[in-house]
Design a protein around this ligand. Structure first.
Ligand SMILES: [Fe+2]
Length: 243
């Protein structure tokens, strides 16, 4: 369970890294599933930097287990309320293949281009499970711009939620210094949808591996406009903190 301190950190920073949430056994099974995806559709020999697979959850039970058969899903619901989240239908396998000497110029938010029905691809929170250690910087780590979940919400309150389409994932906001998410295999990242983030470089020896789940609260899709303007719309325990 998450304590008040952790809820406060999430409220301010827009993300939390929770150490060793997922067991070695689940991590090992997931690593074998990732090996299988890579063997079936290997990246070309010259591919460096980000490389993704987006299987349907039901096709990769050993990846979905990282979220559903560990404490991860329940920890995510500590932010949104018990029995509020729906299991994701899709999983992202996120590789970052070295050497890739990249430094992102700024953050983005996900969800652009919109889905076929015209709705931006918003969701409630990102749950990421590290499958490889990323203890140093520039090892393929995700970059995050702390607090930008609040600044992005301000942006959408000022310009309206339909400004999402023109911003194309890159609303113009003032930016804090970024941080690189560090952790070990089995650590869990929980990040607010509105947190600005981006792909970093990888000058380490090892390919970085993470599994991302884009998780929605039940009924999220039709209220995306309200959610862009009110970051705690779907986060009852955080809302209770603030009042
Ligand atoms: Fe992203």
């Amino acid at each position: 369970m998450l304590g008040q301190e952790e809820l406060r950190t999430f409220a301010e920073q827009g993300f939390l890294v929770l150490p060793q949430v997922v067991s070695h056994e689940l991590v090992a099974r997931a690593a074998a599933a990732v090996d299988g995806s890579i063997a079936a559709e290997p990246p070309g020999s010259g591919v460096r930097g980000p490389y993704f697979y987006f299987p349907a959850s039901q096709q990769v039970p050993d990846l979905l287990s990282l979220l559903m058969d560990s404490p991860a899903f329940e920890l995510a619901e500590c932010l949104t309320g018990s029995n509020t989240l729906t299991p994701p239908e899709q999983v992202q396998i996120a590789l970052n293949i070295p050497p890739f000497s990249h430094r992102p110029g700024g953050p983005h938010i996900d969800g652009f281009p919109p889905e076929p029905d015209g709705r931006p691809g918003t969701f409630t929170l990102l749950a990421g499970v590290l499958l490889s250690d990323q203890l140093d910087e520039d090892a393929g780590n995700l970059w995050a711009w702390p607090g930008t979940h609040l600044t992005h919400a301000e942006y959408f309150r000022r310009y309206g939620p339909d400004a999402f389409f023109k911003a194309a994932g890159y609303p113009h906001i003032s930016l804090p210094e970024p941080v690189q998410i560090r952790g070990r295999a089995g650590d869990l990242l929980l990040a607010h949808y509105l947190l600005g983030h981006n792909i970093g470089g990888n000058t380490a020896k090892q390919t970085r591996r993470a599994i991302y789940f884009r998780v929605k609260r039940s009924g999220h899709n039709p209220r995306w406009r309200e959610f862009l303007q009110d970051p705690w719309l779907e986060y009852d325990p955080i809302r209770s903190l603030a009042t």
